[in-house]
Design a protein. Sequence first.
Length: 322
Amino acid sequence: MRVAYGAMPARPAALAGATMGTTWSARMALPAGLAEASARQAVQAALDEVVAQMSTWEADSDITRYNQAGPGWQAIPAEFFHVLRHALLLADDSGGAYDPTVGPLVNAWGFGPHQRAFEPPSPAAIEAARARCGWQRVALDEAGQAVHQPGGVYLDLSSIAKGYGVDRAAMALDALGVANYLVEVGGELRARGKRPDGHAWRVAIEVPDASDDHALALPLNDYSIATSGDYRRHAGAGDARYAHTIDPRTGQPVRNQVASVTVLHRGCMQADALATVLTVLGETDGLAYARRHDLAALFILREPAAWRVAATPAFQALAESR
């Protein structure tokens, strides 16, 4: 239910907190009668619920209980079920370039919750992890809101749950009657309406070298934006540099020219997961997939002496219309 407040002018507010091993922030035009503390509490509660259900870093989360369960059906909360259903559909549609059962491979490469000093896993360890993966092994019971654990499956929703958290935070603000906001969790954002000064919310797409330079800035009107890249989280260096994004089809970290992929979408859950899909697919297949699905995507690609940018028609159309 959406709460309605009086017709008094809205006032600017900037809120922040911690979640998912990173930070969240929310800038908004706060309706008269709504306290900053109430808005902050609503956003934090929405994000805490996502963590409690879908974080593999939490020993008592719903996803951890599933991952540790023996064979059989496991009832899960509606939100977890919704995200997992979308992840499985995307796995099917992408030919396995996206796979929510990739967790054993993520852990084998040292990027999971039990991190260790980095050392590439042995071929035997990679094959053992791959034997536990495979999105086709996971069955859903829509009527019972349950997921089957065939034994040994380890779900990892880190490439979609953060975006979903942004959506849930936005929904919490919607329910409070906040009509103008920009919500961000760890760099993934969703906007609604306009800034308190009446201008459009503007976001910057970073140059993927951790320099904090901007490749492009654009207005974000009632859209979400998410970026996948290897420039902030990786292991090793030079020819032995390994991205944290794992290609489920090979069991290896992604190694292609793609430095980052940014996706614009109405939902941040979708933008988050699709940015990962396109990163794994690479420039040629990723651009083809994005064009086929009319996705607004921007690829920043590594060249020997410079960066190269490739945008889909849908991205160009949105950028030029704002």
